[in-house]
Design a protein around this ligand. Structure first.
Ligand code: DI6
Ligand code: FE
Length: 396
């Protein structure tokens, strides 16, 4: 006789999203103490205190959005209008807009205001079955405001039933106090900001670009992250090829993100290091980019590919992970299976959480999304329809 469990979801079609992606027809998922205790055929399932009949619906792992800038002050709809009238992102940034406009709005906002204004965006993601969300800092750009952003991000996990992973992105832009002195700002990040915010951070990220930080500056920051025991990730090869992905791989990065300009050497380095390629088709779409990341090279090399919203006010004001999957398929040519793995198994790996979430397996957190669909492809195919039936986080 099997151990009875607290709850059982039965008569479901189950996409476990394990490597090899097996499906259990007429399956059941059992939960004990918030942890998955059974996945398999419904007829063999253990007894349970509470039983939910899924009536043939599909169950997938709860979705994971592994790259967002969800916490920020204000928005940049005005800049969107300017771009529609012909101004470029770079021109707007040079005129004091862009990331620095959001920095000013974020510095002015209280921690509570940052939480309150992020909640509608968070709720939109939750409504689509997201159970784990990464949130970056990077609009404070000094000690007190970066810390405020990270505290606000963690507060989201107290306000709603969701797991939050925080990432310190102090190296997002050079703040006005250090204009023309990016190295001086990196010194501040290493000497003062990172030591103070390390306890609020699960990882360290940076924007490695001509308009951001150089590989040499990122290298210094990554060495400091290692001294604090924090894993790293990197915005790399979005606008140009500075070989940031290879740099990230040398530092055993969890992920390198964007990657439109990634070259073969970068792909090989990521494959060797097990660094996840996080694809952000929302930013590609919103910026009307034309250079597609090297998907077939990543595929050939076996680099795990994640998909995320990159939800941010400047280049990807996107709060739908389902739409991000659709864009991954239509704009980048990913298969349905790749899109689904990109928001589950591989997204978990991009956060270093693959031992705990991302697939339906005994011992992992019971984070489930239950869908009103006939086949998983519908999650990728629809644009703007949300077929979520129920969402379970840690068994509830
Ligand atoms: N890459 C991006 O596309 C965003 N940040 C980054 O590092 C831009 C963020 C913004 O414009 O506010
Ligand atoms: Fe980003």
């Amino acid at each position: 006789m099997r151990q009875p469990c607290d709850r059982l979801w039965t008569h479901a079609r189950i996409a476990t999203m394990r490597e090899g992606s097996d499906v259990v027809e007429d399956g059941a998922v059992g939960m004990q103490g918030g942890i998955i205790s059974y996945v398999g055929p419904a007829p063999d399932a253990p007894d349970a205190a509470e039983i939910f009949d899924c009536a043939g619906r599909w169950i997938t792992p709860g979705l994971i959005d592994c790259h967002t800038h969800l916490i920020h002050g204000g928005n940049r709809a005005v800049e969107f209008e300017m771009r529609l009238s012909g101004a470029s992102y770079e021109e707007i940034a040079r005129a004091g807009g862009g990331i620095l406009a959001t920095m000013r709005a974020t510095r002015e906002a209280s921690e509570q205001e940052l939480v309150t204004t992020a909640l509608p965006r968070l709720d939109a993601l939750i409504a689509e079955g997201v159970t784990t969300l990464e949130v970056k800092s990077g609009y404070g750009l000094d000690l007190s405001h970066e810390a405020k952003m990270l505290r606000a991000a963690r507060r989201l996990g107290e306000e709603r039933p969701i797991s939050i992973a925080t990432t310190f992105l102090g190296a997002h832009a050079v703040p006005p106090e250090f204009a023309g002195d990016a190295d001086g700002y990196v010194d501040l990040l290493i000497g003062q900001v990172l030591p103070a915010v390390a306890p609020l951070s699960d990882a360290v990220d940076g924007f490695c670009e001509g308009i951001g930080f150089s590989p040499a500056q990122m290298e210094r920051l990554f060495d400091a992250a290692a001294r604090h025991g924090l894993p790293v990730k990197l915005h790399a090869e979005q606008l140009s090829n500075l070989h940031g992905a290879a740099l990230a791989a040398r530092h055993r990065a969890l992920s390198a993100d964007h990657l439109e300009h990634l070259d073969e050497a970068g792909v090989a380095a990521m494959a060797r290091a097990g660094t996840v390629a996080t694809l952000l088709p929302g930013a590609f779409y919103f910026m009307r980019d034309t250079k597609v990341p090297p998907i077939s090279a990543l595929r050939r090399a076996g680099v795990p590919m994640a998909i995320a919203t990159d939800c941010n006010p400047g280049t990807s004001p996107l709060t739908s992970l389902l739409l991000a999957m659709n864009m991954g398929a239509t704009l980048f040519g990913l298969t349905v299976a790749e899109c689904l793995a990109g928001v589950t198994r591989h997204a978990a790996r991009a956060l270093g959480l693959h031992g705990r979430i991302g697939t339906l397996e005994i011992g992992k957190s019971c984070d489930l999304a239950i869908w009103n669909i006939e086949r998983p492809a519908e999650l990728v195919y629809r644009m703007g329809l949300n077929p979520l039936h129920a969402r379970i986080w840690r068994g509830r």
